[in-house]
Ligand binder design. Structure first.
Ligand code: RP5
Length: 165
């Protein structure tokens, strides 16, 4: 994690969500975007959520990535208490494979938006990229790093198939 003042806050409902949210952190590391991480549960630590979301903008955060599973109220509740863009990552749940998380995060009432990503690590990866894209709107150096990262991804895609066996 970077020691610079964080621009992105990665919050998650439980330590058990970290293997998923780590994918967002990896992208931010690669793009040299400073971030912080914190476990904030909408249900188990509501006061921590209130304190975090209501202070986020004042502390200099620009984007919040919020991941949770099951009855995943964390992204929506965070969005209700800050004007910062909130990117929601549905964590795959044991019983419903993350469909519960996805619907909990996506089905916000009009007026309180959460940018909802795909279930699991792909969603967390894309949340990291989107957070960087938002920050790159006002940071030319980051925009250049993001363009390089995307070019490298494109160049890494093989055109031919080969057998594993
Ligand atoms: C949610 O419940 C968390 O976001 C996590 O995805 C899920 C399970 O949490 P633990 O029981 O593993 O702490 O609040």
């Amino acid at each position: 994690m970077s020691e610079a003042t964080p621009s992105v806050g990665i919050i998650m409902g439980s330590r058990s969500d970290w293997p998923t949210l780590k994918a967002a952190a990896k992208i931010l590391d690669a793009l040299e975007v400073p971030y912080e991480t914190k476990v904030v549960s909408a249900h188990r630590t509501p006061q921590r959520l209130y304190d975090y979301a209501s202070a986020a903008r004042g502390r200099g955060l620009k984007v919040i990535i919020a991941g949770a599973g099951g009855a995943a109220h964390l992204p929506g509740m965070a969005a209700s208490m800050t004007e910062l863009p909130v990117l929601g990552v549905p964590v795959e749940s044991k019983s419903l494979k993350g469909l519960d998380s996805l619907l909990s995060i996506a089905q916000m009432p009009g007026g309180v938006p959460v940018g909802t990503l795909a279930i699991g690590k792909a969603g967390a990866t894309n949340a990291g990229i989107l957070a960087a894209s938002i920050l790159a709107l006002s940071d030319a150096a980051l925009a250049a790093r993001l363009a390089d990262w995307r070019s490298a991804q494109t160049e890494a895609v093989a055109e031919t198939v080969e057998d594993d066996d």
